[in-house]
Design a binder for this molecule. Structure first.
Ligand SMILES: C[S@@+](CC[C@H](N)C(=O)[O-])C[C@H]1O[C@@H](n2cnc3c(N)ncnc32)[C@H](O)[C@@H]1O
Length: 249
């Protein structure tokens, strides 16, 4: 029997092959921007907030003040950094104007316009100077990059020497019954609930497909090292449903 070719993360797209992955990802997040926060909260039972909190706890220990939040979406990571780290200023970038618009309203409502700047940027081609930031964060974003290594290389470039990168991304639990429950929930429950609530048929099937294809754990650590990061570690969270990666320039 011929081996079934596993798809690379770059080949997993929301809407097929009609446009480049980047365009499709932008369209998809523009489509779901209005329901993204509500869906996140409901479908993750609020656990996603704990994961972001864990990342923030580790970031806070670095005492960084110039921070880049990549794929900020509706800005939850950037807002929580600005609230917790009093001296920090956050440059929050994303591809999707729709997500950024929701985020900018939240930043304004929190009175954080002086600390958080929301900007439309592509992580694979950042406009910032080399070595400009002390730390970079990206939560549930790297899975969506069209060129994973290029996006990570750009984050590496804009960090100062010894600057830290913090990456949160889904991973697959390995043990019974979490492995089975994860598959059931991500494959069947999430797409059905997502379709009902966001009206985007593909968005939550794409979530399952991209989370499944993502090179997690040691594979992602290798990629971080290939683009120049050092001392990369992976911390599995909540039975391995999510992982936090930390590395140094
Ligand atoms: C699942 S959302 C995560 C948003 C937010 N970080 C959070 O934790 O809720 C993924 C985001 O990645 C953004 N994205 C995907 N590819 C990108 C790229 N190349 N450059 C910048 N943002 C990108 C999308 O537009 C989307 O807003």
């Amino acid at each position: 029997m011929p081996a079934i070719m596993e798809k690379k993360i770059e080949d997993i797209t929301p809407y097929g092959n009609e446009k480049a992955k980047k365009e499709q990802v932008k369209d998809m997040f523009d489509n779901i921007a209005g329901t993204y926060d509500m869906l996140n909260k409901t479908l993750s039972f609020g656990v996603d907030r704990l994961w972001r909190k864990t990342m923030l706890r580790h970031l806070n220990k670095t005492g960084a003040t110039r921070i880049l939040d990549v794929a900020t979406g509706t800005g939850d990571v950037a807002i929580s950094i600005a609230k917790k780290m009093k001296k920090a200023s956050v440059m929050a970038i994303d591809l999707s104007p729709g997500m950024l618009k929701v985020g900018a309203e939240k930043v304004k409502k929190e009175g954080l316009e002086n600390k958080v700047t929301m900007k439309e940027e592509d992580s694979e081609n950042l406009s910032f100077e080399t070595g400009q930031f002390e730390a970079a964060t990206v939560a549930f974003g790297v899975r969506n990059f069209e060129h994973l290594e290029q996006g990570l290389s750009e984050m590496h470039r804009v960090l100062q020497k010894d600057g830290r990168i913090f990456v949160l991304e889904f991973s697959k639990p390995k043990t019974f019954p979490f492995k089975q429950l994860f598959k059931l929930y991500f494959r069947y429950v999430l797409p059905a609930a997502g379709k009902l609530m966001s009206k985007d048929d593909r968005a939550y099937r794409y979530l399952f497909e991209s989370a499944t294809a993502f090179p997690e754990g040691d594979d992602f650590i290798k990629i971080l090292e290939q683009v120049g990061f050092k001392n990369a570690v992976c911390k599995p969270l909540t039975f391995g449903i999510c992982s936090l990666y930390i590395a140094k320039k």
